[in-house]
Design a binder for this molecule. Structure first.
Ligand SMILES: [Zn+2]
Length: 324
């Protein structure tokens, strides 16, 4: 249909000129900026399973939010990305890493939970029109926390490095007790959503072909775990994971992959230290600051970022135990 003609005024001429300039140059500038993205270094931990390891730091101006383990699985039909990094830029670099391995379409972008170091690269895959998949609680958590996470990101790494980063919600969710199967051609991925553990929206990805489990932050190694959900819930989920047939895990933080179930030994020990340290303090009517001052100290040299997260973990566990 031909649109009704618009009277030709200097304003519309001016506007159409800029519209033309914009439509010609914007895609060039955008493509140039994405094409320049240097591929993230990835390691093939099993056939077709690629992992990029983040550093054991909090997001800052040096690491640009590259602090979590993220990656992808390649099937015969297409690619599933698992977590996307802490910024749009990191997402672009992960996408370049995919492209350095295969030209197959990116069918799925899966988020293991809401934490910003795992989700903020989502936007880089928008042009691929994948299904974005997460736990049934993920959309609500992303909506509730997204603006806060974005403000903090800008504060921690500066606006230039954070540029383009925004929250991209799942287009499909996984309910607790209803695993989802994704066939990416020659291999099937099983997505499982868990009750409250590290967060209230933890999801794992099992690659049936290799028996590898993308554990997200249900498994921390080397870097101290942070309890944002429930320590007792988390212990229960680990019990369940120990029963599963898993060859190796890809932890959310730690090495690219590790044998199972020994990968969770240190974390389970730390949880028990917290619970057993805090329980007697509560029984004698002690306070949270008293507990923070003493509990877990024997773990200090066993974990990166211990001083940053142990106080919060003690506080969280204390409040859970008070209700015991
Ligand atoms: Zn996390």
């Amino acid at each position: 249909m031909i649109p009704p003609s618009v009277p030709d005024s200097p304003f519309t001429r001016e506007r159409s000129h800029w519209l033309r300039v914009f439509t010609i140059f914007f895609p060039i500038v955008f493509l140039a900026s994405t094409a320049c993205a240097e591929p993230l270094a990835v390691e093939e931990v099993a056939e077709g399973v690629f992992v990029h390891t983040g550093s054991h730091q909090d997001t800052d101006r040096e690491n640009h939010g590259d602090i979590a383990n993220i990656g992808f699985v390649v099937g015969d039909r297409g690619v599933a990305v698992v977590d996307t990094g802490g910024t749009a830029r990191l997402g672009q670099r992960l996408r370049e890493a995919v492209r350095s391995v295969t030209d197959l379409p990116i069918l799925y972008v899966i988020n293991t939970h809401v934490h910003p170091d795992h989700i903020f690269g989502n936007i880089a895959f928008a042009g691929d029109e994948p299904e974005y998949i997460g736990h049934v609680q993920l959309p609500r958590q992303m909506a509730a926390r997204g603006d806060y996470y974005l403000a903090r990101l800008n504060e921690f790494i500066g606006e230039r490095q954070a540029e383009g980063t925004k929250v991209v919600l799942p287009t499909r969710t996984v309910a607790i007790g209803k695993p989802v199967e994704l066939d990416i051609g020659g291999r099937v991925l099983i997505l499982i959503a868990y009750p409250q553990a590290h967060t209230n929206n933890d999801l794992t990805v099992m690659d049936l072909k290799t028996g590898i489990l993308w554990a997200g932050d249900l498994v921390f190694m080397e870097r101290i775990p942070s309890v944002d959900g429930s320590i007792f819930g988390w212990k229960k989920v680990l019990e369940r994971l120990r029963e599963m047939k898993i060859t190796k895990v890809i932890p959310g933080h730690g090495p690219a992959s590790a044998p199972w179930p020994v990968a969770q030994d240190a974390q389970s020990r730390y949880f028990d230290v917290l619970i057993e340290g805090i329980r007697p303090i509560i029984q004698r009517g002690g306070t949270i600051p008293e507990a923070v001052a003493v509990v877990g100290k024997g773990e200090a040299d066993k974990w990166a970022l211990f001083d940053d997260y142990n106080p919060g973990n003690v506080t969280k566990t204390f409040t859970e135990l008070e209700w015991e």
